[in-house]
Design a protein around this ligand. Structure first.
Ligand SMILES: *Cc1c(COP(=O)(O)O)cnc(C)c1O
Length: 404
């Protein structure tokens, strides 16, 4: 049975629909393998990956250096739990802290867990360092945020489909409009402990705040003695043309929340990275994860970070992204409302639903995903070269030419 279905795209789609939960609406392409920016389906058709698993695969699919580290570590030891120490964790913490210009690292697995870690850290810091009365801490978040799918995190989402039927929700979050530093300042009370935000709102449709916003938010946080927690899970690690999206405004947050490309798509690795004073709120027993900081994940993440630095992926993203944006802006079509981007993180906002356009792009050999209905996100692996990017522009141009 399995042997007959392998390689049969239609049968595999039917099987997944029958046996899997229907919590996604994927394009019906059944991927079999990937290399660099390219994906191949079960029929051998090649596609340029313009999603990069939501920027988890900045280093490209199956990067040889990351694979080598993964194989090497997998044959030694993969999981010790934090009940014992392992050889990889200390090096991972040191290398990531240095990469971030921070003091300490707390490793987790998924992005949502790293966000949860940041929330716990900020609350405890609020009680123990700032002196907020127990149970009263408030965290300021932005409208249209995306920070993951745990029950606490969706509780402060403004997306009805993320929340519907999943309450009651965790209290202690105050929502303000995005891209308005004044709104943050106005929302601060003596019980505020932190602002949690994405420097660019990706899931909301690649919303880039006006210049000066992040610097203003950082100043507001400093002035009011509260923490700035930057969720750079999708924007960090080179995606926007700098190491972190906060770097575009020379902003150093109090903490980075990282995931996705931290492992180059090879394994779930996330981290909360912060200053000593903040990390010190965690003592033995206060937080943990069975897989967090496991030697396999740490070895993979160390290689993934080394690839970002040595292959200068942030610089590549800045250079190629600028060129890509310029090329895309030469496409004229009445359905295009705006084309915006920073580095190789680009959004094409349409005046109509983006899903049919993504399906059209798939038929032209480009895989991408609509975000927030009307925006097509284009975020290829940062290892892509200019020829492949030029090919993408041609395909996008053709897809628009065919569009009513
Ligand atoms: C993807 C993402 C998350 C959640 O990461 P998971 O690994 O899916 O839990 C959180 N914040 C941002 C900005 C993200 O893009």
């Amino acid at each position: 049975m399995t042997a007959r279905i392998r390689g049969d795209a239609e049968a595999l789609v039917a099987l997944e629909n029958e046996w899997g939960a229907h919590n996604y609406h994927p394009l019906d392409v059944v991927v079999e393998r990937g290399k660099g920016p390219w994906l191949y389906d079960v029929n051998g058709t090649r596609y340029l990956d313009c999603l990069s698993a939501y920027s988890a695969v900045n280093q490209g699919h199956c990067h040889p250096r990351i694979l080598a580290a993964m194989h090497e570590q997998a044959s030694r030891v993969t999981l010790t739990s934090r009940a014992f120490r392992n050889e990889q964790l200390p090096l991972f913490c040191q290398e990531l802290a240095r990469f971030c210009g921070m003091d300490a690292v707390l490793p987790m697995n998924t992005g949502a867990e790293a966000v949860e870690t940041a929330i716990k850290a900020a609350r405890r810091w609020g009680y123990r360092v700032k002196g907020i009365p127990e149970g009263c801490a408030e965290i300021i978040v932005c409208e249209n945020n995306f920070h993951g799918r745990t029950t606490t995190i969706i509780g402060f989402s403004s997306e009805p489909s993320y929340r519907d039927g999943f309450g009651p929700f965790t209290p202690g979050f105050v929502t303000v409009p995005f891209a308005d530093a004044g709104a943050i300042e106005a929302a601060i009370t003596p019980n505020s402990c932190a602002v949690l935000l994405e420097p660019i709102q990706c899931e909301a449709g690649i919303l880039i705040p006006p210049a000066g916003y992040l610097a203003d938010v950082a100043a507001v946080c400093r002035r009011n003695g509260i923490l700035l927690l930057a969720d750079e899970i999708q924007t960090g690690l080179g995606r926007t043309g700098r190491r972190f999206a906060c770097d575009h405004e020379s902003v150093k947050p109090d903490a980075y929340i990282l995931g996705k490309a931290l492992s180059g798509g090879c394994y779930p690795v996330s981290a909360f990275v912060t200053r000593q004073e903040v990390m010190d709120v965690f003592d033995p027993g206060s937080h943990g994860s069975t897989y967090g900081g496991n030697p396999l994940g740490c070895a993979i993440a160390r290689a993934a970070l080394a690839v970002i630095e040595e292959e200068q992926l942030a610089e590549r993203s800045a250079e190629l992204g600028g060129w890509f944006l310029e090329q895309l802006r030469t496409i004229r079509h009445s359905r295009i409302r705006e084309i915006r981007g920073r580095g190789l993180l680009v959004g094409i906002e349409l005046t109509v639903a983006a899903r049919p356009f993504c399906e059209a792009l798939m038929h032209h050999g480009l895989l991408c995903k609509e975000t927030h209905d009307r925006v097509v996100r284009l975020a290829p692996p940062l290892v892509i070269d200019r020829d492949d990017l030029a090919w993408a522009v041609t395909q996008i141009r053709h897809a628009f030419e065919e569009m009513a």
